[in-house]
Design a protein around this ligand. Structure first.
Ligand code: ATP
Length: 558
């Protein structure tokens, strides 16, 4: 129910006002048919004589009634336009505001929860689900206007002939009850089509990111194409088609009920119950008139059902994206000397793998290498150390200050990480776009990192980021140096670098950061450079199996 609270929060007045105008349109719409019936009756009884006038060159009978009819038509137009415009504005306001809310929620969400959710579901929520809810919301006035019209017209039947009214109510109830069966079936198909949409989105991502792998592997490509991409496409198509066909049949069935009822009243009912000719004509006219609102109401139902399904998906996702619950406006914490992990354990929710209990420390001015085989838990421990994962048990301490919800964001501001899936933003956060001195210094570093022929840093950021993986990582390193943080974490940074730059990273850049009194944690497989480290931490199956200190700190910084 979290989402519904969010929806009503955006424009409660607009929704109310829109429904009021919608209701008024429905009421006025109901008033048209009695006016027409009175007009026809007057015509038949020739009562209009003396009430005829020429308006704009056209001879009009029963002028007062015609004027009222015209006024009501305009009123309907105005009320409908107002109702729909107000709700349209509210629904787009909702879409934008709710997306903003989701962006904030993603930013505040626990990293491990986000990793579990996956981008496919997130993207579908931000696009398909929110759009479905908006479309459903826009259909709401249509539903409301027509419901009121139907109600009003039935009341009019009651005035004309109450026995027919009860007959109609029974017939409509049978119609509504039997209508539910295909409606449930169609809803089921909609739900399944929506679930397959998530899988289709995941396949789009595989298609986009795995193009190279698919190009060179025919078997993989065929298998992926048939059993993932096309399968998801087929399922979405099948379930969407089925649901729409059932809806279409249901809609036609609904309209047919109207005609069946009219036929029954004309051909059968009058043989059993007393009904005058004028009453019969009135009832038939009302019923014919009602087919319009009933058809409109039925056509609004699919988008409202879709909105309800998307709403449920969004609600589940909204709850899943658990907020870290950390205080946000926390002052940056920089004055610590040593970070300690004390009996830290981390257990993945969706995997039996766990890290710890780990006890280790890393001080400012210290270069620590984290070493171990694939899957030994280096990245997991790195995410714990850089405060992305919250320990399942144990705690982290900056000197004697324990990391907790109230201060974690303060410590995070002093950390720079480059993981293997690092995303290079165009701008370096700490550089003002008008600070030409700093911009020039970044450009000097770019030249020093042998990228001057490719990239320039301007007020709006790096001139381009479409570079090789190794080059992008060099720009990330420039950002790292410029951000001037306290704790640096590099996860296999040098893996993409050529031998010369790899040497430079280990022998000059890392010692330079150490010389600047930074705490540096490096995940590395490069045993040729282990001598650079002050401390080596070896990991195996989630456990720290050895910590080896190096006494020499005599390497020069560049
Ligand atoms: N998002 C995740 N959800 C569930 N389990 C995970 C997740 N990420 C990692 N794991 C588990 O943690 C184990 C260790 O992964 P981790 O990435 O920490 O190892 P690593 O030492 O960095 O490996 P590599 O050298 O290959 O990068 C994996 O084998 C996997 O079982």
């Amino acid at each position: 129910m979290r989402v519904i609270k969010e929806i009503t929060k955006y424009a409660p007045n607009s929704i109310f006002v829109s429904l009021v105008f919608g209701g008024l349109a429905g009421v006025v719409y109901t008033g048209l048919i009695p006016i027409l019936l009175i007009g026809i009756e007057d015509l038949v009884n020739a009562n209009q004589s003396g009430n005829t006038a020429v308006v704009l060159g056209i001879q009009v009978s029963n002028v007062a009634l015609a004027g009222l009819f015209l006024a009501l038509c305009f009123a309907i137009l105005i009320f409908r336009v107002l109702s729909q415009t107000i709700l349209l504005k509210a629904s787009f306001l909702f879409a934008t505001s709710f997306r903003k809310k989701l962006y904030e929620k993603v930013l505040a969400s626990k990293l491990d929860k986000l990793e579990d959710t996956g981008s496919a579901r997130l993207i579908n929520a931000l696009t398909t689900d929110i759009n479905n809810i908006v479309a459903g919301g826009q259909s709401a006035p249509v539903l409301f206007i027509n419901l009121i019209t139907i109600f009003g017209m039935l009341m009019y039947v009651w005035v004309v002939n109450s026995a027919v009214f009860y007959f109609l109510i029974i017939a409509l109830l049978i119609g509504v009850v039997t209508y539910q069966i295909p409606l449930i079936l169609a809803g089921n198909y909609f739900t399944r089509s929506r679930e397959w949409r998530d899988k289709l989105q995941a396949s789009f991502e595989a298609l986009s990111y795995g193009t190279k792998e698919l190009k060179v592997n025919k078997t993989l490509r065929q298998d992926f194409f048939q059993s993932e991409l096309l399968k998801a496409e087929e399922k979405v198509k099948d379930y969407s088609t089925k649901s729409n066909i059932v809806y279409s049949i249901t809609g036609n069935y609904g309209e047919m009920i109207c005609f069946l009822v009219i036929g029954t009243v004309v051909f059968a009912y009058s043989n059993y119950q007393q009904i005058s000719n004028s009453q019969l004509i009135s009832v038939v006219m009302i019923m014919l008139y009602l087919t319009g609102p009933i058809a409109a109401l039925l056509s609004a139902i699919p988008s409202i059902m879709q909105a309800a399904i998307s709403y449920r998906k969004l609600d589940i996702l909204y709850d899943e994206l658990q907020s870290e619950g950390f205080a946000v406006d926390v002052k940056k914490q920089t004055s610590w000397q040593t970070l300690q992990l004390r009996d830290v354990v981390y257990q993945y929710e969706k995997s039996p793998f766990f890290v710890g209990p780990v006890n280790l420390s890393i001080s400012k001015g210290e270069l620590v290498f984290l070493v171990g085989g694939n899957g030994s838990g280096k990245s997991t421990l790195s995410k714990l150390t850089s405060l992305f994962y919250k320990p399942t048990s144990g705690a982290l301490y900056f000197d004697d200050v324990q990391v907790e919800d109230a201060n974690v964001n303060g410590f995070r501001q002093g950390i720079f990480t480059i993981f293997t899936d690092y995303y290079l933003f165009k701008k370096i956060g700490s550089i003002d776009e008008n600070d030409h001195q700093e911009i020039n210094e970044v450009n000097r570093l770019i030249a020093d990192f042998e990228l001057a022929h490719k990239v320039e840093y301007t007020g709006s950021g790096f001139s381009q980021t479409s570079l090789s993986d190794g080059q992008r990582k060099r720009l990330a390193l420039i950002s790292a140096i410029y951000e001037d943080k306290e704790l640096y974490l590099f996860d296999e940074w040098a893996a993409d670098q050529d031998p010369e730059f790899r040497e430079r990273f280990y022998r000059h850049i890392l010692p330079m950061l150490r010389a600047k009194n930074k705490a540096v944690l490096v995940v590395s497989h490069d045993d040729r450079f282990f001598d650079v480290a002050d401390k080596l931490i070896f990991m195996e199956t989630g456990q720290v199996i050895e910590q080896r200190e190096h006494q020499h700190r005599n390497l020069n910084a560049s």
